[in-house]
Design a protein around this ligand. Sequence first.
Ligand code: NAD
Ligand code: UDX
Length: 479
Amino acid sequence: MEIKNICCIGAGYVGGPTMAVIAQKCPDINVTVVDINEKRISAWNHENVNNIPIYEPGLSDIVAEARGRNLFFSTDVDGAIDKAEMIFISVNTPTKTYGIGKGMAADLKWIELCARQIACIAKDDKIIIEKSTLPVRTAAALKDILYNTGNGVKYQILSNPEFLAEGTAVQDLLNPDRVLIGGDIDTEEGLEAVKALCNVYARWVPEKRILTTNVWSSELSKLTANAFLAQRVSSINAMSELCEKTGADVNEVAKALGMDSRIGSKFLKSSVGFGGSCFQKDILNLVYIAKSFGLDEVADYWEQVIIMNDHQKRRFADNIIKTLFNTVSGKKIAVLGWSFKKDTNDTRESAAIYVADHLLNEEAEIVVYDPKVEKDQVYSDLDYLNTRSKEANRKNLKVSNDPYDACKDAHAIAILTEWEEFVEYDWEKIYENMLKPAFVFDGRNLLDVKEMLRIGFVLKSIGKPQPIKVMADNTALAS
Ligand code: NAD
Ligand code: UDX
């Protein structure tokens, strides 16, 4: 089957970059990314390519190359569905905030709307691709909706979960560890659809990295991959607390573990806690699915990953309060970093939101600086929690576009995202302008311990013996 037109519903963090790369690699295929969010689409079409709505290293160059040639962004969802032989569904699947499964299950409202719209518009056979992360067996529900319109159109439903990580999306898309395609591989039509999608990726992904499975394995593999990744972070974070009590150093422990080739060295960086739109939502979804099959032990096992992560965020904030002589009331605390990781402007579930909220409850005066996150986003993240009035959030938390101003006269600095520019700052100057003792809480173990202590800071890192002192031989050690 020859594919000439692809439509992607959802121009978000996945739909936008994924389709940009497909368009770049397949100049003979027209790729149209559609969204109901007009503001987002007009930002994707902004004449200055640096103003596209998603910041990802390398993305603007790819958009500049393909946009207008064979990559289009549009709000005409019906038109794009009609034209395409292949439709990716890449809409949001957040945790349900109401009704049955509230706080756990994935909300499939937007997925269902897409299926109904496709069913209503399609006049010829289509390949429908689940790009969003979905509960296992969602393809069956999609099939039910699509086939109940009686217009005789045939559909093949494939699962093609996305494994890109934000901040490295372009690299991950250009050079993926694997591309996973689940389809109805027991039928001829199913196999043909799988092949059509394989052919798209085969333009730049080596064949041995394109993996085909049945639909259910593919759907479940995505949730499992995120659960395993998040579990590694929670596992090392659990160890970080033990390190702080025992004199072990979590970086040294992680290195020793990571050199075991069975364990591997990636994803063992202890932090203030994982954030992002995926880990928490996908694990909660997994927990919900396990519970709904009566698998309570399985559910409890995975839920612990979230419990540990909440604990890590909470204990980081509590440590600030405790260290600042048990009160932060009226004290200025500079928060460096608001995004959930470096090199992205995405703030969904960022640890910074929860740490700041906790400190605001303790009457701290917070000033936030982040190189890529807009002021309105910071406030909207806090307002969303509904902990206090919008006015109180704006009164007690300010957003600065200058890190030195943010840190001026502060009692403490909290580093919550690992932006590389933080390392390059003139820390002597920052120290001069802070109140003493000058506390730094490094939630990413980013800063050079010895140098910070030499300057005079009281430094609290994650998973390092506390307090840290410089010894006569110039090594940094626990006292
Ligand atoms: P997002 O919120 O950034 O984008 C989703 C977009 O879909 C929004 O712009 C929304 O307006 C649009 N949309 C919703 N319903 C629509 C409809 N009926 N018609 C047209 N547009 C509609 O979400 P995202 O981060 O891109 O995630 C999308 C999916 O991919 C989720 O299931 C997520 O779990 C999964 N995923 C995300 C990542 C990531 O790093 N963000 C990685 C892998 C997988
Ligand atoms: C994740 C998965 O990595 C990706 O495969 C999937 O498609 C989407 O979810 P993402 O959330 O974008 O990607 O970023 P990731 O690099 O996984 O980081 C998630 C969070 O974990 C961040 O807050 C990050 O700072 C934190 N993290 C990651 C750690 O604290 N320590 C680590 O060692 C790794």
